[in-house]
Design a protein around this ligand. Structure first.
Ligand code: ATP
Ligand code: MG
Length: 182
């Protein structure tokens, strides 16, 4: 990462199943604070997958872990780095094993997490650390051209011949009532 970060923040979490939800909330909170709410959906998915993998590799994924099983609990660090035109999501864990992108078959139970990360992120990877490693993924803040350049979204000029959408209030009420009855 050669660019100077504009924003950086991190959270240390115990390597437990609850780290997944905590990391999602942390990501959502930071992206809102940094003015990049459009990244939240993809970012929370990516961070969930990376943190789940980190907990599976080093911690305890039980829904109700026992205190006696937690004496050797490891930490996970989730760091978000806001650059000029992208945000990088890094998850550090204490395992030296590398993530392995696999092509999951229809009947396979696992092996989809990194595939999802590969689909959503513009780039991802991992690097070794003195104690463990970091798996990271990057999301561009703007849509990109095939050549990789950021495209800024411009508002289309208002067309005076186009009338604003007329909502059928009766239909909207029936849809709302139907949903409430589900
Ligand atoms: N942080 C990590 N530490 C060690 N190994 C990892 C880590 N992340 C991924 N891996 C390895 O890469 C494999 C593929 O990860 P991936 O997330 O794609 O699938 P999965 O976790 O096995 O299943 P799923 O994510 O679909 O529940 C894992 O099975 C694991 O062997
Ligand atoms: Mg996974």
């Amino acid at each position: 990462m050669n660019q100077r970060p504009r924003f950086v923040d991190h959270i240390d979490l115990a390597a437990l199943r609850t780290a997944v939800n905590c990391s999602r909330l942390f990501t959502k909170y930071l992206l809102n604070r940094w003015g990049a709410p459009s990244l939240i959906d993809d970012a929370t998915l990516i961070v969930s997958e990376l943190v789940t993998n980190a907990v599976k590799a080093t911690g305890n994924m039980d829904e109700h872990p026992k205190w006696s099983e937690l004496h050797d609990l490891k930490l996970i660090k989730v760091r978000l780095v806001g650059l000029e035109a992208s945000v990088v999501f890094e998850v550090w864990d204490t395992s030296e094993d590398e993530p392995v992108l696999t092509e999951a078959g229809d009947d396979d139970e696992g092996g989809r997490g990194l595939f999802l990360v590969e689909e959503l992120a513009s780039r991802w990877g991992s690097y070794a650390q003195p104690r463990g490693k970091v798996v990271w993924a990057e999301l561009p803040v703007y849509a990109r051209t095939p050549g990789g350049l950021p495209i800024r979204q411009r508002k289309a000029p208002a067309d005076p011949s186009v009338q604003p959408t007329q909502h059928d209030l009766g239909l909207l009420r029936r849809v709302r009532d139907g949903l409430q009855d589900l």
